[in-house]
Design a protein around this ligand. Sequence first.
Ligand code: HAM
Length: 423
Amino acid sequence: MRRPRGTRDLFGEELARIRHVERVILDIFRRYGYQEVETPVFESLELFTKKSGSSIVDQIYAFKDKSGRELALRPELTAPVVRLYNEHLRSSPKPLKLFYLGHCFRYERPQIGRGRYRQFLQAGCEIIGSSRPEADAEVVALTAEIVEELGIKKCELRLGNVRLLREVLKRAGVSETEQDPIMRAIDSRDEIRLQAELDRWGIEEEDKKLLKSLISLRGGEKVLEDVRELIQGLPEATKALEKTKSIIDRLKWFGVHKFSIDFGISRGLEYYTDFVFELYSGGIQLGGGGRYDNLIELLGGEPCPAVGVGLGVDRIADALERHGVETPEDRLDCMVLPTTDEIIGEALRIAGELRRAGFSADVDLMGRSLSKGLSYANSRKAKFAVVVGPRDLKVGKVTIRKMKSGEQERVDRKRLTEFLSLG
Ligand code: HAM
C-alpha cells in the first residue's frame, strides 16, 4: 500500500524544517498581537462555493456524510475563520487579530518540485474590522519579517490592487459578478486565454488596451505615476491607487523597502476587493493575501472590512532547503549507556533526572555492549553519552563523553545536570 497521490510522509530533516518554519511564523504572529483560532478540517461545502472562486471549487475534496450532508475538506482557511467570527466573535472589540495553522486540501495536479501538494500546511492571519491602510501594511510587513527571520534572502514581494482591473472591466460593461473568469485569465498570465476572454465579452479595443497596459506595468514606485495617467476618468480606480500608495508609505514605516508593484496580480480566490499581494521565491508562490471587505457580509455577518495573508508552510520549508539555510536540528542531548544489565535501573533513574532538568535523554533499550552503544549514540547525533558503570557508581560517579571530540570526564553523579548545563 502506498500513500495517496499528492500527500507526503514527513520525518527527519524535512519535518524538522517544517516545525522550525511553524515556530518562527507562530512566534511572529504572537509578537504582532494576534490570537490563535482553530476551525474544523471539514466544513459545509457551501462555505467555499459562495465566493472562493470556481478555480478553488474545482479543486475541492467534497463528500457527503452518512446523513447526506454536503461537506468539504477545507481548501483554505479565510472562509472558515470568517465563519468562526460570524458565529462567535462578531461583537468583540475591533480590530480582531486572529491567526491559525492547519492542513488544507486541494485536488490539484501534484508537482513535488514546485511544492504543489494535495494536503499542505497553511499558516495565516486575519485582521477583522479595520479598513485603514495600516492594517494592510501590517500584514505585508509581518510576511516580510517572517522570511527575513527565516533567512530566505532571495524573495520577492509583489503588491497590487484588483480594484483597478475591476473598475476598467466595469466601465467596459462587465458587472462585478461576471468579472471572475476574466480575473482568473489575468491570474494565469496566459495572454491567449486572456485575449479569448476579452473577445468573449466583446470588450472595446480601448479598454482592452488599458487592461493590458495595467497588467504589463510592473516595477518600482514609479509605476504608480504611470498608472495614474492611464486610469484618469475612473474615480474608483484612482481612489484605489491612492490607497495603494498610502499602504506603501506605511509599509516603509514598518521598515519594508524591498517590493515591486504589479497590478497584474489578481489572485486565485475571488473574495478580494482591493489591495492584494504575493510573496515569491524562485518562481514559487510562498504566500499571498489581501483585503476582502465583502466576505463577512456574504457569509451572513454584518458588513465588516478585513485583510489577511496565508503562507504555505511546506513551500517555505522547501525554499529553506533550496537556499541551503541551516535550521536548528532536533538533537538528542544525552544517551545514557549502562555497561551491565544489573544497573539498567540506575541508568533509567539518571535519564529521568536529566529529562526533569529539561534535557532530552534516551537510554539504550537494546541491551547493547558499550562500544555498540556508543556508535548508536553517534548515529542518533547525541551530544553526550553518559556511561553508567558499577565501579564509577560505587564512588558516586558517572562518565560523560562528548560525542564530537571523544573527550571523557568522570563527574559526580549528583552534579551531572549542572555539568551538562555548562557543557
Ligand atoms: P492562497 O494563495 O490560495 O491564499 O494560498 C496561500 C498559500 O498557500 C500559497 O501562497 C501557497 O504558498 C500555499 N499553497 C496553496 N496551494 C498549495 C498547494 N497545493 N500545495 C502547497 N502549498 C499551497 C489563500 O488560501 C488565502 N486564504 C490567503 C488569505 C488569507 N487571504 C486573506 N487572508
